[in-house]
Design a protein. Structure first.
Length: 306
């Protein structure tokens, strides 16, 4: 039996479907009145209700569970405290429930942001949560750090970034010169990689980067996606110091600023981390950005741009 927290989300629902298709018994943990529950329609899994901020709801869900995939997290929010409540304290609650129940393998979906030279609030909570992943009793841990992911209908940060560039009038503004290195990763590659972790003792105690097959600058990455999606705008670099200034102004006048410090860091920090160890241990083998775009948007259109 496998428990997937965040089981109805963009990545979680795909993981549940993949695990079920491969013959595993799966519990998909969702929140009460989950608006994303439709993502699991027709899937032969157990739907269980839980809240990672409420430890008492987690203990019953661990009954009979051998492996936990912990995906539930908040990636984007204007509420700083929410990152800590969900990503840090919530993760600790899930870990404690799993260890107390004797779960054999706990797979934590962290993020490349945990390895940034300068971390975002999200990245800070992810690397702090990674410290919980130390073998306790009979529970073994594996940490997975995906880079920026995308797919046919999403990838929250991917969607926000390219939706903003599409809506911006006349130009596609780039934070800085776009020199940071990126390895965008197709969500299907992440899901295939996670499936390869199941029942693999070689992964116990390991940390793997699940990055994409192409290493490009942020400038080239952005241009390739814009070109593929037929967004015909000139890319214009905006000095980073000006971006920070605009972010400061927007923070003063808006509760939901379009540009924030963490947005700037997300664009300017390198996230081209090698996946060679994952390839060696479990055969993780992601496709190139070009192939991923072809699979995700075969007609050169993205629904989130409508």
């Amino acid at each position: 039996m496998i428990l997937v927290t965040g089981g109805s989300g963009f990545m979680g629902s795909r993981l549940v479907k993949k695990l079920v298709a491969n013959g595993h018994q799966v519990k998909a943990m969702v929140i009460e009145n989950d608006s994303l529950l439709k993502n699991l329609d027709g899937v032969n899994c157990q739907i269980v209700i839980g809240d990672i901020t409420k430890p008492e709801t987690l203990t019953p869900l661990m009954d009979g569970v051998k492996t936990v995939f912990h995906l539930a997290a908040v990636m984007v929010s204007n509420n700083k405290e929410l990152f800590r409540k969900i990503n840090l304290e919530g993760t600790q609650n899930v870990v404690n429930a799993a260890v107390n129940a004797g779960v054999e393998h706990f797979v934590y979906i962290s993020a490349a942001a945990a390895n940034y030279a300068k971390r975002t609030i999200y990245g800070d909570t992810k690397i702090e949560a990674e410290k919980f992943m130390v073998k306790r009793n009979n529970t073994n841990f594996t940490i997975i750090r995906p880079t920026l992911l995308y797919g046919p209908d999403g990838g929250q940060e991917f969607v926000m970034y390219f939706k903003a560039l599409n809506k911006f009038p006349l130009i596609a503004p780039m934070v800085g010169l776009g020199k940071s290195r990126k390895r965008l990763v197709l969500v299907d590659d992440i899901i295939s990689g996670l499936n390869l972790v199941v029942n693999k003792p070689i992964t116990f105690g390991k940390l793997y980067n699940f990055s994409g097959g192409s290493d490009y600058s942020m400038w080239d990455t952005t241009k390739k996606v814009l070109d593929w999606l037929n967004i015909k705008k000139p890319m214009i670099p905006i000095p980073v110091f000006l971006c920070y200034f605009f972010a400061w102004i927007l923070k003063l006048i808006s509760k939901k600023p379009l540009l924030k410090r963490d947005t700037i860091l997300g664009v300017t920090m390198d996230a081209n981390f090698s996946h060679e160890e994952a390839k060696k241990d479990i055969g993780y083998n992601p496709v190139s950005l070009e192939e991923g775009l072809r699979r995700s948007f075969p007609d050169h259109k993205a629904s989130f741009l409508d």
